[in-house]
Design a protein around this ligand. Sequence first.
Ligand SMILES: Nc1ncnc2c1ncn2[C@@H]1O[C@H](COP(=O)(O)OP(=O)(O)OP(=O)(O)O)[C@@H](O)[C@H]1O
Ligand SMILES: [Mg+2]
Length: 385
Amino acid sequence: MASTERILVREETLDPSFLPPKLPHRETELGLLSRRYREALSKGIAFHLLVTGGVGSGKTALVKRLSADLERGGRLGEYPVRATYVNCWRRASDRTVMLDLLRSVGTSLPDRGYSLSEMLDVFEQGVRRAPAHHLVVLDEASALVRQGTKLVYLLSRSREVGLGSISLVLVAVEDLLVYLDPASRSSFGVTHRLSLEPYDREALTGILAARAALALRAGSFDEEILDQIARIATASGDARFALELLANAARAAEDDRAPALAAEHVRRAKGSILPTVSEAQLEELSTNELGVLLALCRSLRRAGGSVPSQKLRATHASLLEEFGATPMSRTTFWRTLKELERDGLVGLETGGEGESSRVAMDELPATVLSGLLEERLGRSRRRKT
Ligand SMILES: Nc1ncnc2c1ncn2[C@@H]1O[C@H](COP(=O)(O)OP(=O)(O)OP(=O)(O)O)[C@@H](O)[C@H]1O
Ligand SMILES: [Mg+2]
């Protein structure tokens, strides 16, 4: 069923730089922050915030969404909100960050010859020319803060500029409080800290569904595929990884001229992003394990992301017959599955009673693995005879 229709109809919406209009599973955090900012800024009081959380937990998306929503929300008290976003990863010095801030208020200074507090004065002049509540977002602030920044202190204590306020948002993977001087630390009291938990499987599925609806042609994906991707990304709770898998799987499906994403495309996508099962690892496996894995590959080629263990056992039994091997007991079969799970080669989902669970394999395209396994099994069979 060759299809010439594109699947990635709006590819740019899967790009890391795309800011989605809605952030499923971060709506509570977004609402809370939005309320706190509105409350403080409408009274003319600055509000400083430290956002932490693991890689891909949505920190950048959250603070960018917050900034954009506040900017669009109109005046708070007397002034509108103006946000400046600086990624500090490559600008890990107060001066380079300050130069970015100056540019954001339409001024510039030569890189040399000015002290930090002189630069801050010029920044405040800029703020006066365009009266607003300034939200200064310093993303990836770890290196900056660890180097003993003075900018955080200066900005969080910035004198009443008379016209509006300056609020600081620090974003980092780790907790930065320990690296701050006591005065700055007190600006980030308990209500001024937000720590994002890694996404769980349900959240990742929701995020994937929202982004797939934006980026992919309707009808080119189903819930099972999104759930398969979410299952793979749950270990890290990283939304970026999940979205990368989605994009790569969609590309793999397009390469195949398939009308829709299939489990095999997801496995191929994973293989292209992460180093997966190596041949050396396969060499380590017992003949029992190889057989069960091969049966799994064969069932998955037909069945999708996972198969019920009962079904797998039936496929395995006929495989053993094909290879002229002795049948395997239920207990041995189950123990072998557990061993494969321990080696990280299969995923087991217990549906209450052990036997009624499902077995998944996300490591490698089943077609590739089948080839490797058939070769291995064939070899060991030849050795025996
Ligand atoms: N709740 C969400 N809804 C929709 N998309 C999301 C959500 N959370 C994260 N994303 C998307 O996942 C990707 C990673 O998120 P983001 O860049 O915000 O993570 P991060 O916590 O800043 O990671 P890092 O520490 O690596 O900078 C982005 O493409 C972002 O748009
Ligand atoms: Mg980020």
